[in-house]
Each structure stands twice: as C-alpha cells, then as structure tokens.
Design a protein around this ligand. Structure first.
Ligand SMILES: [Zn+2]
Length: 198
C-alpha cells in the first residue's frame, strides 16, 4: 500500500473505534471546543502533543513550529496565544521543548538553511547571551540540552511578558504558564518552571 494511503485507512479505523466507544463522539466534537490547555511545542515528528499527554480531540489547542518559539514579533504565534487566552479562555499555557531538538542544535552552529536561519536567530541570540555559562559544560550534548532548557524558559518569559497574558492575569487570574521539556530517550516530560499570575 502506498504510504499515504495507510494514513487514510488508519483514519477510517480511528473513526470506527471512536464511534464504538461513543456513538455521539463526532456530533459532540462538531458543536465546539473548550480546551483547557494551549500547547506550544516543536514541529518535530517525535513530540506529538496529544500522544505525549494522553489528550483527546478537543482538549488541547496546539501551536507547533521549529524550536517551539514565541518571538515577541511573531504574528502567527501571538495570534494563537491571543485566541487561546481571550476567546477559548485556557487555564494553562504549556511551552514544551525537547532534548535532541535539531532547531536548537542548528542555532549553535553556522549553517545555511536559508529562511530557517532567520527564524532560528531567536535561539542563536540566546546562545550568545549564555555563551560563558555554556562554555563551562564539558561537551556539546550537555550544551545542547542546556540550550534546549534555556530556550523553553525564554519562551515562557515571552508568553508571560506579553500584553495578552498581562491582561488576563489582571482581569481573571489566569492562565498559568508552564515550561516543560520532553526527553526523547525516555518519553517523559520534565517540568522546568511554572509562572502564576503576578
Ligand atoms: Zn525540535
């Protein structure tokens, strides 16, 4: 079978299994969404948000890009954040990075990936800012892991510092902002930090 056909066949099986569990599953799903969580993760194929967290359709509002970035000037990410916070009224925003992130590794090197280099400049800046701390680590894999964590913390700071979140914190004391990292070698998520309304 052609590989893409496998996806369509798997979709039919998935629909059937959902209907067996709950005959009204799609009727209910089509009536609207009230997810409690916004997930901001990496586009990497190995970190599927719903699978990692056991979430069902309707439970996670998801934004993924290379390097799980929320740059202060990125209209795409900020539009997602605004919609999730102001309209869906999510209670939690989760920024999730992962060890072994190719985007982060590339930002540590001088490469030529065209447009992607401009996007990853957000992480390269972080790398330069923390150069002296990173230089104390023994090998590249440790520096890579550390930069993955620093990047998640920076994106949490960007989310927490946004006008969108400040407004929601002042008016409704939500959302909590979480920084997590997924360890691809074990599958486990690690909590780095949680920011509560100031
Ligand atoms: Zn990645």
């Amino acid at each position: 079978m052609l590989t893409y056909r496998k996806l369509l066949a798997a979709n039919k099986e998935w629909v059937q299994s959902k209907l067996e569990q709950r005959p009204d599953f799609f009727k209910e799903l089509s009536q609207g969404q009230r997810p409690e969580f916004l997930w901001i993760g990496c586009a990497d194929s190995r970190v599927p948000a719903e699978d990692l967290t056991g979430c069902q359709p309707g439970e996670l509002f998801v934004h993924r890009n290379v390097g799980n970035l929320v740059p202060e000037s990125d209209v795409n990410a900020l539009s997602v954040l605004q919609f999730a916070v102001e309209h869906l009224k999510v209670k939690h925003v989760i920024v999730c990075g992962h060890y072994g992130c190719g985007g982060v590794l590339h930002a540590m090197k001088h490469g030529d990936l065209g447009l992607l280099d401009a996007w990853l400049a957000n992480i390269r800046t972080l790398y330069v800012e923390h150069a002296s701390e990173l230089a104390t680590l023994d090998d590249e894999s440790q520096r890579w892991d550390r930069l993955v964590e620093l990047n998640v913390r920076r994106q949490v700071r960007n989310v927490a510092g946004s006008a969108i979140v400040h407004k929601a914190w002042n008016e409704e004391q939500r959302p909590l902002i979480h920084g997590w990292v997924c360890d691809l070698k074990t599958g486990y998520l690690k909590e780095l930090e949680t920011r509560t309304p100031e």
